[in-house]
Design a protein around this ligand. Sequence first.
Ligand code: AMP
Ligand code: ZN
Length: 470
Amino acid sequence: MELRFFNTLERRQMEFKALDSLSAKMYTCGPTVYNFAHIGNFRAYVFEDILRRTLEFFGYSVTQVMNLTDVDDKTIRDSRKEGLPLREFTARYKQAFFEDIKLLKIEPAEVYPAATDHIPEMIALIQTLMDKGFAYQAQDKCIYFSIDKCKDYGKLARIDRENQRDGVRISTDEYAKDAVGDFALWKAWDEADGDVFWDSPWGKGRPGWHIECSAMSMKYLGESFDIHTGGVDNMFPHHEDEIAQSESATGKKWVNYWLHCEHLMVDGTKMSKSLGNFYTLRDLQSKGWSGREIRWVLVGAHYRKKLNFTLDALAQARETLAKFDSLFDRLRAVDAPGDGSEVKELTAAAGENFASAMADDLNIAPALAAAFDLMRGANRLMDEKKLSASGAQAILAAFRSFDRIIACFEVDAVRESAAIPEEVTALAEARAEARKAKNFAESDRLRDELGKLGYAVKDIPGGSWELKKL
Ligand code: AMP
Ligand code: ZN
């Protein structure tokens, strides 16, 4: 089946053809490790995971590189604020990031290069740009990339070169989208950097933000590779600058397909740290939401559409996933004889619809519709007592196959709730009633009773509860 992606570079859907037959090489801009990533960031990482899993689903072996930005204006500023050495400060958030992606069932990338481990590679790349006349040292001792020398600068973001202001130089890592100008490759040390600096042929300093992605992607994936991804806000200037640096240095086309995901929104504005309208994964976990519920919400919208985040969507995710859970429980219990021919058409149609939707620029809505159709079909067959055990196994296998991409279906999980004795559930219900009536002495007593029977009860927002075996 032909795989098609919307390539931002060409603003159109294109058939995906890897440079090296069935091996896909992909670079994704990773987190700046100065704080916990918020779920807006995770929308981008989950989208990249869906892309990666889809490539694998269609037979590609994927080599993915995701950088960790562990030196920039923000990491230096906040590590100094806390009085911690940069490495110690960023280590904490690197670790948190890896815990978070595990919780969201994001498949790990093959390489997570950290910027501070690749300073020599960055210096070498800057040296090449200096040697070839694309870069210069300014009076402030910083090294800048001269966008005038790069004839197709602006080709990704399609910026208007006519309005470019001459001689504008930009050295901060974060700057306004409309600031088109020469950007810093190497930043000369200043006092705000404290003890964060490296020696270079141009004096002590540190790399600008963009250069790390060019240097590290080329180190691990080669001078030309297949896919580069990120959020739309990274397109300019970050990705534009990455292209300028890489292609000027090598004289080759750097990346063939650019995929960008839209923002996660809150009440009509982008979820972002600076606006303070964000949830971290930990925030949501502490409110009782699970990784797979959060993943289901993030997976459910097409990556090129804005997604408005609400707690209500999480509640819906819980309900929907519970329906799939009970479907799987029910399917596993089917023991009627038969050869499974009763599900052949149903599973074939679902499989085909799912695959063709994902192949069509990761078109998630019809792909999930195929899963819902299969659920309805399976339940109907069971209601009519027409499903055999082998038919049930074929349906479970289809869901396992969908889950190679979706990673939210717990097809084979033996849920504890299925094995909870009625007496225990009745106690938990009585406890919830007591709580509702604010009879806390009684609810505490019932909690102890449950404890004696080996169960812990956990309250969930909205008045429901969950039982866990102790
Ligand atoms: P940052 O740490 O800000 O560089 O962002 C890391 C990644 O998350 C980048 O690919 C951003 O484009 C992406 N990102 C940041 N905020 C959002 C958001 N609200 N929705 C989707 N992606 C985002
Ligand atoms: Zn990058």
